[in-house]
Design a protein around this ligand. Structure first.
Ligand code: FES
Length: 105
């Protein structure tokens, strides 16, 4: 069963900013891409790189793995270049009463 987990007030997540949350055994990164707020597992599918420490490209809603340079589409979780080739899980985000929440299961 899924659960809505609080991330932070919307005011603390300006465009280009990243928040990292932990829930059970999952680490999730939440990113404000300007037009939308997106959530993806904070673990590179290539070799467990910490994506929340990577560069964010707001113009295409993507993050670069700081370990070996694969970029990931934050909307789909799909890698955009090698060496990663396996998609990463993404999660729905809602903003309610000025609070960013992510739906995890
Ligand atoms: S760990 Fe992310 S590209 Fe290698």
């Amino acid at each position: 069963m899924s659960e809505l987990v609080d991330v932070c007030p919307l005011s603390e997540l300006p465009t280009g900013a990243v928040k990292r949350i932990e829930w059970e055994d999952l680490e999730v990164m939440v990113v404000n891409c300007g037009e939308e707020i997106l959530a993806m597992e904070d673990r590179c599918s290539h070799d467990n790189g910490d994506l929340a420490d990577g560069e964010i490209d707001v113009s295409r809603c993507a993050v670069e793995c700081p370990r070996h340079g694969s970029w990931f589409d934050l909307r789909s979780g799909k890698p955009l270049n090698l060496p990663a080739y396996v998609p990463i899980d993404t999660f729905p985000v809602v903003v309610e009463d000025g609070v960013v929440r992510v739906e995890l299961d």
